[in-house]
Unconditional design. Sequence first.
Length: 472
Amino acid sequence: MSQKNETKILALALLLTVGIVGGGAWWFTNGFGAKISNTIVPGSEPANNLSLQDRISFGEKTLTPGAVSAEKKEGVQAIATKSYDKAIANFTDALKLRRNDPEALIFLNNARIGSSKSYTIVASVPFGTDPNVSLEILRGIAQAQNQVNSSGGVKGVPLRVGIANDDDNPEIAKQIASSLVTNSEVLGVVGPNTSDSTLAAGTVYNSGQLVAISPTSTSVKISNFSRYVFRTVPSDFMAARSLANYMVRTLQKKNAVVFFNSQSNYSQSLKSEFVSSVSLEGGQVSSEFDLSKADFSAAKSVEQATKQGAEVLMLAANTETLDKALQVVQINQKRLTLLAGDDVYTAKTLEIGREQAVGMVLAVSWHIDGDRKSDFPQKSRQLWGADVSWRSALSYDATVALIAALKLNPTRSGVQQALASSDFSTTGASGTIRFLASGDRNAPVQLVKIVPGSRSGTNSRSGTGYDFEPVR
């Protein structure tokens, strides 16, 4: 490819990346979780300087950014004054206006409990920096809470859910963990979202002997990290092994290069595991390109990879470096095979990558069409009026696991012992939920491929004309 053409493609990639439009159906913007980047350096003060008290809510304040309906605002005020009947009416009306608001559904269920006895869990989500991902996670939790409370609760006791905004900041996640540990009513936590925050907060949950189940943290460092830290998402070891196996055995390709972010625990983990897995399969990773470097060049990296005889480009990008990874997709022009991890599993990849991304294979934890026997997709559509993402499914599973543990022994130590038991088993959105001694989920990953939409034009499931579909 000429230098002139490469310059044109890079300019197009940059234009697309910076100027991404936010249209499409609700599923398109929220189903995969189009991410809003507002990175906070670990250890720094939160961007909006919220107090810890302002970061945790059981219904007395809303944490969702943006405009709030009058009905929801009145519901929040009603809970704050313990006017629970009024709050129930307000949140019911708010959900008629916006049925896919999980915070409103959680607060409605909390209002129905009122001052009655309940078992309490808390969701630790990054509302301040990643509101769409937070809503995805909360949809799974809200669905599980709504389901158990509608059917009589946990052996007759309803489930109350709190929400904490940790901004995906490890230091803030630790502060929230400290607050939850000292609240004896809290019997379990769903979250945090990122591996860095889970590892940071996990030290506090471990010392405070409070179970936390992350639905989205995949770093291998979390394995055997703590007896109180579990996860419903498969680790990077599983994802990397599946991608390496597919590359060498199915595609019959032996030489790959990896794009990653050296500043991300998740990205580093996936990259390292992929390099090891490819080597074990008899292949090699000839180069590693750090997307976080200031002088990173997509064009130069792809050119170098081609000269080295690479057949595969593996994108181990995280949220903060997704834009640069998508520049690589544009520059590549479908010349080398594309593989990727689950942070690339977003609607943004379909919209920006488009035809250049067709054929890319990603390792993900769940796809809505992955298990046609599961009734979870249908039930979630009925509840939210749209398809949900893998984060919703794995958050549902984390909540279902806590509910199953509470049924066995509704104490902090009882929950930990139940989840850690070799006999523990329950059924979630993604099948059977069991945990290994390491705290990892005993489950495989799902490979998906980007294909042109099964229906013409923008009427594909994603609204972009392109879709992810399971590799069977």
